[in-house]
Design a protein around this ligand. Sequence first.
Ligand code: GDP
Ligand code: MG
Ligand code: K
Length: 301
Amino acid sequence: DETQVKGYKSGFISIIGRPNVGKSTFLNRVIGQKIAIMSDKPQTTRNKVQGVLTQNDSQMIFIDTPGIHKPKHKLGDFMMKVATNTLKEVDLILFMINATEGYGRGDEFIIEKLQTVKTPVFLVVNKIDAMHPDDLLPIIEKYQKLYPFAAVVPISALEGNNVDTLLEQIKEHLPEGPQFYPADQVTDHPERFIISELVREKVLHLTREEIPHSVAVVIDSIKKMDNSDTINVMATIVVERDSQKGIVIGKQGKMLKEVGSRARVDIENLLGSKVFLELWVKVQKDWRNKASQLRDYGFNE
Ligand code: GDP
Ligand code: MG
Ligand code: K
């Protein structure tokens, strides 16, 4: 289980920015492994990808957050919602811009979103290797007029300039906390969070007012089944009271079955393959008050 060491810092960091500003390049440099798909095409990283950087005194969990853009496909609206919720949930937001490009509507859209969250935001000015140093200050001044950034850090994700400074500043802003992930784990299943949100959405929808928004869904495992293309997803719906457990399961399990079959259709669309979904319901009193569990469930209100 998680151990809390005094002075140890940990937290979740969301990376946002227009396509091609260098989010994946940064993440890959920091984690030192190819975990996010790098491409010149926007939206290759369709889902929330986590990179975990574990050091002696800290653990940073990076989230490469796509979906901060105008919705395009079927799951677009939903993903936009997930993306915005993610911003509220994390400890720090890195808003990355490309120093060689002008301010555009994409940036305006993101700054609008940032106005709605209380999470501290760093402005990360990337690609400084490709610009004249004299051009840096005017860019920074322009952005600082638009938003009260907690810090402004110019970097080159490609060449590594100033990346260590950025990591130091991130660490300073993180709260004290436990090591959430084992030191050898660098990535999570990218679709994990979306799948849990899809299940949670069905629970809330089908139970209407009876189940409060405090319900959480934990994805226990996502595995490809032997000798078939089917993906087996095991998930636990966590509620706070026995009475809520009864409602979620329903008479003769009817409610849980309906939640499962609706969620399965969406998960099959998301993963593009057949899915076998196993759902469990667990009562855990006051889980909302326990910060570490909140992290486990990847959810915050
Ligand atoms: P994302 O869409 O924000 O994830 O951007 P990517 O990480 O996929 O990068 C888009 C393009 O910008 C790639 O061709 C990268 O090589 C390039 N790039 C990323 N960071 C830098 C940088 O610091 N300097 C320069 N010159 N190019 C960069
Ligand atoms: Mg990317
Ligand atoms: K804000």
